[in-house]
Design a protein around this ligand. Structure first.
Ligand code: CUA
Length: 313
């Protein structure tokens, strides 16, 4: 959060530092006054003057009254600055923005890039690609409970509420890989609801988007072919989509380009052959309570299935 890579995050880190230094200075001042008064009290007791004279009492009333007034002014100042920053964070309207629909699920992120032509719509999961320097409009929704989208380097938190679409804007100004995290407790695997954010130059972003629009390639080896058969004849097709095949279910993440994603299971594990195999066999081992069931398939079938999934780049 203190290493901003975009406009919104810079505004947020700025207000954070203003709050930090204001409260730090007040804290030091309060401690200093307390130490001074303790020392003076000691000296007065030594001199046998434990009772405060009336004139000093009146002066103290003014001092304390002034301090209370000062505190109120500081609080009003901070609140005004907070409103001002909030206003600026949400003022990034742009008609040419990249529009992305984000849907929260227990416990993963469905991410969809809008397009005028339906066949150009890109659906992916747990990865958000952004073009550097261009405003992005995020349309946020949820299919089950309240989630909250948070990308500390780029954006503050924004809730995803079932039945009530919300919107937020962001702009990445520095290319890089960042992490996003669900920031609203949404069930036992709330902490395992992460996503990878890749901010990249516009041409790279467009190339990524074009690659994501392609349907899955046909398998080339016997193993991969058999793996696709395993995929299409087991329970995988009840929940997942692979564009270009009969698998068109939408309960779980779209797997058309799963091999191009750096992580699986919403940022829970690296996307390696071993992790993918173990995940398919027993997802609950990684994420207890997850909706994906265990799969009882033979070692051979699993091996070929993973070989097939690895072609889905
Ligand atoms: Cu979704 Cu916490």
């Amino acid at each position: 959060m203190l290493d901003p890579a975009g406009r919104q995050a810079r505004l947020i880190s700025h207000i954070w530092w203003v709050f930090f230094w204001t409260t730090f200075i007040i804290y030091v001042a309060v401690l200093a006054f307390m130490v001074i008064s303790l020392i003076r009290r000691r000296v007065a007791e030594k001199d046998g003057l434990a009772v405060t004279p009336i004139s000093a009492e009146r002066r103290l009333t003014y001092v304390v009254g002034g301090a209370v007034g000062g505190s109120v002014l500081v609080l009003i100042g901070l609140i005004s600055f907070d409103f001002y920053t909030g206003h600026r964070v949400y003022s990034l309207q742009d008609p040419n923005a990249v529009s992305v629909n984000v849907v929260g699920h227990q416990w993963w992120w469905e991410i969809q890039y809008d397009a005028k032509v339906t066949s150009n719509i890109v659906t992916t999961a747990n990865e958000l690609h952004l073009p550097v320097g261009r405003p992005v409009l995020l349309n946020l929704a949820s299919r089950d409970v309240i989630h909250s989208l948070w990308i500390p380097n780029l954006l503050g938190k924004k809730d995803l509420i079932p039945g009530h679409e919300t919107q937020t804007w962001l702009r990445a100004d520095r290319a890089g890989t960042y992490f996003g995290q669900c920031a609203e407790f949404c069930g036992v695997q709330h902490a395992h609801m992460r996503f990878v954010v890749t901010a990249e130059p516009s041409d790279k972003f467009e190339a990524w988007l074009a690659a994501q629009r392609l349907t899955a390639p046909d398998p080339s080896t016997y193993q991969q072919n058999h793996g696709r058969q395993v995929f299409l004849t087991n329970s995988c097709v009840m929940c997942h989509t692979v564009q270009g095949t009969i698998a068109r279910a939408k309960l779980g993440p779209d797997l058309t380009h799963i091999a191009s994603r750096p992580m699986i299971a919403a940022g829970t594990a690296q996307n390696t052959r071993t992790n993918l195999s173990q995940w398919i066999l027993d997802p609950g081992h990684f994420k207890p309570g997850v909706n994906m069931p265990q799969n009882n398939i033979s070692r051979n079938d699993l091996n070929d299935l993973v070989s097939y999934l690895e072609t889905l780049k």
